[in-house]
Ligand binder design. Structure first.
Ligand SMILES: Nc1ncnc2c1ncn2[C@@H]1O[C@H](COP(=O)(O)OP(=O)(O)OP(=O)(O)O)[C@@H](O)[C@H]1O
Ligand SMILES: [Mg+2]
Length: 500
């Protein structure tokens, strides 16, 4: 059977980086084809070529149903039946949901005017197909990240494409939303639509894939039917190491000394998502890794924002026994707190700046004497972290914009860790990070704990929370609903506390 799409000998060179080197990929109509590989392996670049966002180097060919094509730009790609859901959200926050779904192709009436009722009705239908309850008239900026992603998915589906590319579509979704999406992916495939599905979540890959292709360092490693693959083989093809060797055993560095003490912390106003976080009380010890788990919307991020001075709150916070007043992030930083935020593009990075500039933004003073920056020292420190975290970049002078998604996340982690905070809060630290890098991040957090830094890890990845934490606090609907010591924290117990 002629494949719907065939890419042969595709290469792509950026200044200083060979992102793709003779890649081959074949996609059948109606299959779910998972594309796997480490951060920076070239997955997103290959998809950008497929959708006309980038042009491949000369020498390769792309065929659609056997016909050689030259995909000139995204509009052309869409006309050929190819659409994409981007890894980084591309919805426009100050437009409504319906306006986003129909951006630049709004339905018009007989007079050529915007047919708003029809637009809203069609948006509602697209959302209903996704089984999500989002108001088409809501401004996208008021939605959670998970909901924004669903709007983007609704947009792609409404194009009636023949091939839909999903680049880490579930990275920001709750477990339930992810399940809804995967059911939908199956439904689309059954209708004959081809799906390219990029994900770093191994369970998800095996749940959804018909076939799996692996990229490593810009080269094709191979394509296999999912039934012939297993976790160990996939990890070996991706990172060239064994799964078992990646994650070490957990060693606790918790001491008796309470470093952070939070009492009756409550949000001043209800959050945008309706729930109000209240009566949060807990202690964090020196050297402890404390996990915060809860379903999406439980209020985990809100709690951290309150502690970090990003969100108005009442209650009491003590650090090393001393009451502190944290009214803004700069107060928090002055008290020795660091915060790796959940949404790296909004809060964590300045995309147009280089890796080095982003890195030292939090602690530039460390490299200054008499107000002059010691550039070689700054660069050397940055290079140390690039090595320690395996950040894939040709140099510290690369713009962060040009790094792959997972490598951007590593830069966010590096810039906070380098500041040597006493208390480090990390919100979804390994979202979008490949399995090898995830192990590196876990090892790094553990090393920091051994140096006496106290760490709060917020994650919706339950296996991750259980693997890394000395103790787990569970949130439900804005309140603490459970606290479990490491030995007592099983998947079942934590889920029970989270769902009630
Ligand atoms: N515009 C660009 N300029 C320079 N280098 C780039 C550009 N876009 C991508 N790269 C580089 O190309 C390589 C492949 O990046 P790509 O985004 O395709 O990786 P990926 O497999 O999608 O990774 P991730 O899992 O982290 O999203 C990386 O080394 C990246 O830094
Ligand atoms: Mg990518």
């Amino acid at each position: 059977m002629t494949p719907f799409l065939q890419m042969t000998s595709i290469s792509k060179t950026f200044p200083g980086v060979k992102a793709l080197d003779g890649v081959t990929l074949e996609l059948q109509a109606g299959e779910v084809h998972v594309l796997a590989g480490e951060n920076g392996a070239g997955k997103s670049t290959l998809m950008k070529i497929m959708t006309g966002v980038l042009q491949a180097d000369p020498g390769g060919t792309i065929r659609i149903e056997g016909q050689e094509v030259d995909i000139r730009d995204p509009v052309h790609a869409r006309a050929l039946g190819i659409s994409i859901i981007y890894q980084e959200l591309s919805v426009v926050n100050n437009l409504t949901v319906a306006e986003n779904i129909f951006l630049a192709r709004e339905p018009r009436n007989a007079f050529g005017l915007l047919d708003r009722p029809r637009m809203v009705a069609e948006a509602r239908r697209a959302l209903a197909e996704l089984e999500v309850d989002i108001d088409p008239g809501a401004r996208v900026g008021t939605l959670s990240i998970g909901q924004r992603q669903l709007v983007e998915i609704a947009r792609a589906i409404s194009y009636r494409s023949r091939l839909i590319i999903m680049d880490e579509p579930t990275a920001s979704l709750s477990h339930h939303e992810a399940q809804v999406l995967m059911k939908l992916v199956r439904k689309l495939a059954a209708q004959g639509i081809g799906i390219v599905y990029i994900s770093h979540k191994l369970e998800e890959i095996f749940e959804i894939a018909d076939r799996i292709s692996v990229l490593r360092d810009g080269r094709s490693v191979g394509t296999h039917p999912a039934a012939e693959m297993n976790r160990d083989r996939l990890v070996r093809e991706m990172v060239n190491r064994d799964f078992g060797a990646l994650f070490g055993t957990h060693v606790s560095h918790t001491t008796d000394e309470v470093l952070l003490s939070v009492r009756n912390l409550s949000e001043k106003r209800p959050g945008s998502r309706g729930t109000r976080v209240r009566d949060i009380s807990f202690d964090l010890r020196r050297g402890e890794i404390l996990g915060f788990f809860g379903l999406v919307g439980a209020g985990r991020t809100e709690v951290m924002e309150m502690i970090f001075g990003n969100r108005p709150a009442t209650g009491e916070i003590r650090i090393a026994g001393r009451p502190v007043r944290i009214a803004s992030p700069s107060d928090a930083i002055a008290e020795g707190l660091g915060f790796v935020t959940e949404n790296r593009q909004e809060l964590g990075l300045v995309l147009g700046m280089t890796v080095r500039e982003n890195f030292s933004l939090t602690h530039l003073a460390d490299y200054c004497s008499l107000d002059v920056v010691n550039r070689p020292r700054e660069t050397a420190a940055c290079v140390d972290y690039i090595r320690a975290l395996g950040i894939k970049t040709p140099s510290p002078e690369q713009k962060v914009l040009n790094l792959s998604g997972g490598n951007q996340q590593k830069v966010v982690i590096a810039k906070w860790v380098a500041r040597k905070p006493r208390i480090l809060i990390v919100d979804e630290p390994t979202r979008g990070i490949d399995i090898g890098a995830k192990a590196e991040v876990h090892a790094l957090l553990n090393r920091l704990a051994s140096e006496g830094i106290s760490i709060i890890v917020v994650s919706s990845d339950l296996p991750e929370v259980l693997a890394i934490s000395d103790r787990v606090i569970v949130l439900k609907e804005g309140r603490i609903s459970g606290e479990l010591a490491r030995d007592a924290a099983t998947q079942e117990r934590v889920m029970l506390a989270a769902t009630g």
